[in-house]
Design a protein around this ligand. Structure first.
Ligand SMILES: NC(=O)C1=CN([C@@H]2O[C@H](COP(=O)(O)OP(=O)(O)OC[C@H]3O[C@@H](n4cnc5c(N)ncnc54)[C@H](O)[C@@H]3O)[C@@H](O)[C@H]2O)C=CC1
Ligand SMILES: O=C(O)C1=NCCCC1
Length: 310
């Protein structure tokens, strides 16, 4: 093997990474993660460095999976105020190592992986928790995650209607002209009657109320990754059956969990492993925070597929 790491750019990641391959890999990774030591995953809490002067943050996320033979770290910036400037709000690179020797194998774009693996994790949650025959999908937010969730969730349910809401009406219109959907003027209009709801916004205060949510609906809550931020009202969190990707991270990083003082029923990996039962008939929430482990398995998949084509 060459000692020089392979650089894999965003277009090449996009070319080789397919949602149909990724969803089962993320499902297996979530299961391994929730097995504790038996799952062979080492994933320390991630570091957040505030870049206060510029209203940004720098995030470092590392993971090793013995079963998947992958060792990686993602370095990411989150600059919310980039919105509307043409510079993305999240930018990242993933550094992949060879676990057997410690060699640096690859540095690759992390943006496509972040979009797709987050949406794949929600697809796994939706597979276990969405009501049978879900027909209406509601997406709150019209950015990167909103778009990737539109695509991933169509692999799980046969939706007949997709609704989109975004704080800037024009952004929702642009979304809807590219991805078949109906634009809603209010969150309430988008949420009422929906079977599956995605919240993928930068909201810091709750935008979804319990009384709007159809009993038995499933919510993938992807934003509000901060202990002081919420996308869902405390009442909605308390009255729903709440699932997370990592209990440890949720207790540290999720305002939706911490402020509402809600009880976490299970990690999605517990449903995958069959150690907790999915309660499809109840109103369910998947509070997603994102795991380094998801990046590590995705990066290995990208590297292996990319090298096959070399
Ligand atoms: N759980 C996870 O694994 C991940 C979570 N995220 C989080 O998901 C959220 C969406 O990320 P992206 O789509 O990449 O960002 P983006 O910048 O592409 O889109 C953000 C969306 O939020 C909307 N928005 C901004 N301020 C708002 C407010 N006050 N209330 C309601 N909506 C507002 C914008 O109009 C836009 O539609 C962010 O909070 C991000 O940090 C991002 C990556 C992974
Ligand atoms: O990649 C992730 O995981 C992220 N989680 C929280 C917000 C930024 C990206």
């Amino acid at each position: 093997m060459s000692r020089l790491p392979k650089y894999i750019e965003a277009d090449d990641v996009k070319r080789v990474l397919k949602m149909t391959d990724l969803i089962p890999i993320i499902e297996k990774a979530m299961g391994n993660f929730s097995k504790g030591e038996d799952g062979g995953v080492v994933q320390p809490a991630r570091s957040f460095i505030p870049v206060k002067k510029h209203a940004g943050s720098f995030i470092a996320m590392c993971a090793y999976s013995e079963k998947d033979e992958t060792l990686a770290t993602k370095l990411l910036t989150r600059y919310q105020e980039n919105a509307g400037t043409g510079i993305p709000t999240h930018m990242s690179a993933i550094i992949l190592f060879e676990p057997s020797t410690g060699e640096l194998k690859s540095i690759m774009d992390g943006d496509v992986i972040t979009s797709m693996r987050t949406a794949a994790a929600s697809a796994v949650a939706t597979k276990y928790l969405a009501p049978e025959n879900s027909k209406i999908l509601c997406i709150l937010g019209s950015g990167d995650q909103a778009r990737s969730h539109y695509k991933s969730l169509h692999h799980i349910c046969n939706f007949e209607e997709v609704r989109v809401w975004s704080p800037t009406f024009k952004n929702a219109q642009d979304f809807s002209s590219q991805l078949k959907s109906k634009v809603c003027e209010t969150v309430e209009e988008a949420v009422r009657g929906a079977d599956v709801i995605v919240t993928a916004t930068f909201a810091k205060q709750p935008i979804v109320e319990w009384e709007w949510v159809k009993p038995g609906a499933h919510i993938n809550a992807v934003g509000a990754v901060n202990k002081k931020w919420q996308e869902l009202s405390s009442e909605l969190m308390q009255k729903s059956v709440v699932h997370v990707d990592s209990r440890e991270a949720a207790m540290k990083e999720s305002g939706d969990v911490i402020i509402s003082k809600t009880e976490i029923f299970a990690e999605i990996g517990d449903l995958v492993n069959g150690t907790k039962e999915a309660q499809k008939e109840k109103t369910t929430v998947f509070k997603s925070l994102g795991m380094a482990m998801e990046d590590a398995v995705s990066a290995k998949l990208v590297y292996d597929k990319h090298m096959e084509n070399q």
